[in-house]
Design a protein around this ligand. Structure first.
Ligand code: ZN
Length: 438
C-alpha cells in the first residue's frame, strides 16, 4: 500500500460532488430519503441495503413507524406560500404528522421554530418519538407574519414500514476488523452527517482496491436508533471489531478534534493521535464523553468497543450546527480532502505497524560500511538530512527488541511514522532487522 499513489485531488472532487448529489434529499431516521441516499452510494460501492421492520424490538428501543413526505407549505389568506418545503426540506419539522387545516396565527405560532440569534438561518428540528407537526423558518421571516388565517398543509405519512441501513465489508488477511461508521438521517445539512457519509463512501472505495491486513466494515446508519438496531441485529459480528471511528463534521475549516475511545489508551487512540501529531496541523485530543454521536452506542458498557471519533469542529460547537447555515458553502473541498487524508493516514499505520527484531543487537552496527550514508546522500546530499536518516535508523535499531512496534518507536522519538517505517524497511533490506509477525 503506497500512499503516494493516491490521487487526493481527484478524491476531493469526488467527495464534494457526492455531497452535492446527496444534499437536496429529505432524509430522516427512516423512509425513502435514506433509501435514495443508499442507492446513490451503491453506484460507488456495493453497499448492502437492509430493512428492519417497524415495531422490531432493538434492546430497550422499538423501531418507529416509517416517515415519508411529499410536500408541505403554509399559505396566507391570499394564497401566497409563505413557507414552502420545496425550497428546502428544513422548513418542515422532521417526522411531522400529516395535517391540512386553516388556523389563526395564534394557533400556528407554537408550531413554528426559529433562531432569534441567527435570524437568517432556518433551524433543523425533529420530533421522532412524539407525534407532532411543525415548520421551521428564519426569524426574519417569522417577524413578518401578520394576523391572518393560514392554510397549513403537510403531505406526510407515518406508517408501519422499516428502518433502512447500509453495510459494506472488505475482507482482509485477518478476521480483526476496523469499523468506519457514519449517519444518514440528517436532511439538507452538510458538515454534520453528510461530510462523514461522503468520506466513508470514498474511503471504502479506495480500500476495496487494496490488499489489506485488517478487514474493514463500513456502516451507513440512522444516528442513535440505527446504531442500536445494527448492534442489536449483529451482535455476533462485534467480536471481530477491534477498533473504529465515527465519521462526522469533517468539512468545516476548524481544527481537528479526536474524541478518544471510552477505554482511552488503545491502539486506535495512539494511531489517531500520531496521525494528527505527524500532520503538524492544529488539533485537540479529547477524552471520551457519553454524549455525542454513535460512539455512545458502540462504547456503551455492554459492548465497550474501541470506537473513537475523528472530526474537525465538534458537533454543537459551530454556530451553523443544525441550521440551514450548515450548507454546501460552509464545507469546502480542501477541508474534506484534508480529513480524508487523516483517515487514510490512520489506515496506513494500522496496515503497516509491526514489531521488528534487531539482528545485530550487541552494540551498533557500522552503518557507513553497509552503505546507509550512500543511500541517504543519493536521496539528498544535505548533511543535516543524512544525519536525520541515520538517527532514525538508530532509533529503530535500539528499540527493536521485540517489545516495541515501529509506532511505539515513532511516538517515543517524536519522528514521523512514515519515516520510521522507511528506516525499518531499509534495515530489513540490509538484513539488520527482522519483522516479527504478531
Ligand atoms: Zn446532528
Amino acid at each position: 500500500m503506497v500512499k503516494t499513489e493516491i490521487d487526493y485531488k481527484k478524491i476531493g472532487k469526488n467527495l464534494y460532488s457526492l455531497m452535492e448529489d446527496l444534499f437536496p434529499i429529505c432524509r430522516s431516521i427512516t423512509g425513502n430519503g435514506v433509501r435514495e441516499t443508499l442507492k446513490i452510494i451503491k453506484k460507488i460501492i456495493p453497499v448492502e441495503i437492509k430493512e428492519v421492520p417497524s415495531g422490531t424490538k432493538v434492546f430497550d428501543w422499538v423501531i418507529p413507524k416509517e416517515w415519508n413526505i411529499k410536500d408541505a407549505y403554509v399559505k396566507d389568506s391570499k394564497g401566497n406560500k409563505i413557507i414552502d418545503f420545496q425550497k428546502t426540506n428544513l422548513h418542515v419539522m422532521n417526522y411531522s404528522i400529516p395535517i391540512h387545516k386553516k388556523i389563526k396565527l395564534k394557533e400556528l405560532k407554537p408550531h413554528l421554530f426559529t433562531l432569534p440569534d441567527h435570524p437568517d438561518w432556518i433551524p433543523y428540528a425533529h420530533s421522532y418519538y412524539k407525534e407532532n407537526w411543525g415548520f421551521c423558518l428564519t426569524h426574519n421571516q417569522y417577524k413578518k407574519l401578520k394576523e391572518d388565517t393560514y392554510e397549513v398543509f403537510i403531505d406526510s405519512t407515518l406508517k408501519n414500514g422499516s428502518l433502512t441501513y447500509g453495510e459494506y465489508y472488505i475482507k482482509g488477511k485477518s478476521k480483526d476488523e476496523i469499523l468506519f461508521t457514519c449517519y444518514i438521517c440528517h436532511p439538507s445539512l452538510c458538515n454534520d452527517s453528510l461530510s462523514g457519509v461522503v468520506l466513508v463512501t470514498y474511503l471504502a472505495k479506495l480500500l476495496s482496491k487494496m490488499k489489506l491486513k485488517y478487514s474493514y466494515r463500513f456502516l451507513f446508519i440512522p444516528e442513535t436508533i440505527g446504531a442500536i438496531t445494527w448492534l442489536s441485529q449483529n451482535e455476533k459480528k462485534t467480536k471481530n471489531i477491534k477498533y473504529g471511528l465515527v465519521a462526522t463534521c469533517l468539512g468545516d475549516p476548524g481544527k481537528y478534534t479526536y474524541k478518544k475511545t471510552r477505554n482511552g489508551d488503545t491502539l486506535i487512540d495512539k494511531i489517531v493521535e500520531k496521525v494528527l501529531f505527524d500532520s503538524k496541523e492544529d488539533h485537540q485530543i479529547l477524552d471520551f464523553w457519553p454524549i455525542g454521536s454513535d460512539e455512545r452506542q458502540f462504547c456503551s458498557p455492554g459492548f465497550n468497543l474501541n470506537v473513537g471519533s475523528l472530526m474537525r469542529t465538534v458537533y454543537g460547537c459551530f454556530p451553523q450546527y443544525h441550521t440551514s447555515g450548515d450548507n454546501l458553502d460552509f464545507v469546502d473541498k480542501k477541508y474534506l480532502t484534508g480529513s480524508f487524508e487523516k483517515y487514510m493516514d490512520a489506515v496506513y499505520i494500522f496496515e503497516n505497524n509491526a514489531s521488528y527484531m534487531n539482528l545485530n543487537p550487541k552494540c551498533e552496527p557500522q552503518l557507513r560500511k553497509r552503505g546507509f550514508y550512500d543511500m541517504a546522500e543519493k536521496v539528498d546530499p544535505d548533511p543535516v538530512l543524512v544525519e536525520v536518516f541515520i538517527n532514525e535508523l538508530l532509533w529503530v535499531l535500539n528499540f527493536s527488541d521485540g517489545n516495541n512496534s515501529i509506532l511505539d518507536i515513532a511516538i517515543r522519538s517524536g519522528r514521523d511514522f512514515k519515516k520510521i517505517k522507511y528506516a525499518a524497511d531499509a534495515l530489513v533490506n540490509k538484513k539488520l532487522l527482522k519483522k516479527i509477525d504478531k
